[in-house]
Design a binder for this molecule. Structure first.
Ligand code: HEC
Length: 198
C-alpha cells in the first residue's frame, strides 16, 4: 500500500469516527448542533400574550392606519371605503363637494324612504316637513323642512355629512347606519327637498 493511500484511509476512518460520535446524542429529541437556532425555534407568541418586542408590550398589534378589510362583494365595497372628512366646520364645508357614489334608481329611493321612516321621520316628519311627533314634545328638536329655503339647496355631500356626524340637536347616525344606507337616505332626502313649498 502506498503512503498516499494510507493517508486517505486514515482520513476516511477518522471522518466516520467523528460522524459516529456526533450523530449519537444522549437525548434522542435533540437535533444536535444547530446553526442559528433562532431560525429553527422562533418564539411562537399567542395573540394576547405579553410581548417584549413591541413598544406597547402586546402581541396583537392594530392594523396599519388606513388598512381596509378585504371585501369580495363589489356591492359592499362602499361600506369599507373610509369617509375621511372630519367632524369640524372645515370638514362640513368640504363636504359640499362630495358626490353620492351610489347611482340613483327608484329602488334605491324606495329603500331610502324605508330607512327614513324608521330612523328620521319621528323628528323630520313623514315627508321631511319638520313636523314629526318628537317636536311636539320638545320644540328644540323641530328641524327645518327639507324644502325650506334653508335646506332645499343643501348639497348631497353635506346631507351625508350631517347624517354621519349629526348637526345641532340631531345626533350622529354613523353607528346605526352603514355608508350605503346613508347614501340611500341622501337620495330620498333629495326627493323631499324638491317638494313644492306649502
Ligand atoms: C332627534 C331628532 C332628529 C332625528 C332622529 C334626525 N334628525 Fe335630522 N335634524 C334634526 C334637527 C333638530 C336638525 C336641525 C339641526 C341644525 O341645523 O341645528 C336636523 C337637520 C337635518 C339635516 C340638515 C343638516 C344640515 O347640514 O343643515 C338633514 C339633511 C337631516 N337632519 C337628515 C336627517 C336624516 C336623514 C335622519 C335619519 C337618519 C335624521 N335627520 C334624523 C333632528 C333630527
Amino acid at each position: 500500500m502506498k503512503p498516499s493511500h494510507l493517508k486517505k484511509n486514515t482520513f476516511t476512518s477518522l471522518f466516520f469516527l467523528v460522524l459516529f460520535f456526533t450523530a449519537c446524542q444522549k437525548n434522542p429529541q435533540s437535533p444536535g448542533y444547530e446553526y442559528m437556532p433562532d431560525m429553527y425555534r422562533s418564539v411562537g407568541y399567542d395573540a394576547y400574550q405579553p410581548n417584549p418586542n413591541f413598544a406597547d408590550g402586546t402581541t396583537a398589534q392594530p392594523p396599519v392606519e388606513g388598512t381596509m378589510p378585504y371585501q369580495e362583494d363589489p356591492s359592499k365595497i362602499l361600506d369599507i371605503m373610509p369617509y375621511t372628512l372630519p367632524n369640524t366646520p372645515e370638514g362640513y364645508a368640504a363636504a359640499a363637494n362630495v358626490k353620492n357614489p351610489l347611482p340613483y334608481s327608484e329602488a334605491v329611493v324606495k329603500e331610502g324612504e324605508a330607512l327614513f321612516l324608521n330612523f328620521c321621520s319621528h323628528c323630520h316628519g313623514q315627508k321631511g316637513l319638520g313636523d314629526g311627533p318628537v317636536g311636539t314634545k320638545n320644540p328644540a328638536l323641530i328641524p327645518p323642512a327639507y324644502n325650506s329655503p334653508q335646506l332645499k339647496d343643501l348639497p348631497e355631500g353635506q346631507i351625508f355629512h350631517s347624517i354621519t356626524y349629526g348637526k345641532g340637536m340631531m345626533g350622529a347616525h354613523r353607528y346605526q347606519l352603514t355608508k350605503t344606507q346613508r347614501w340611500k337616505l341622501v337620495h330620498y332626502v333629495q326627493t323631499l327637498q324638491k317638494q313644492p313649498a306649502q
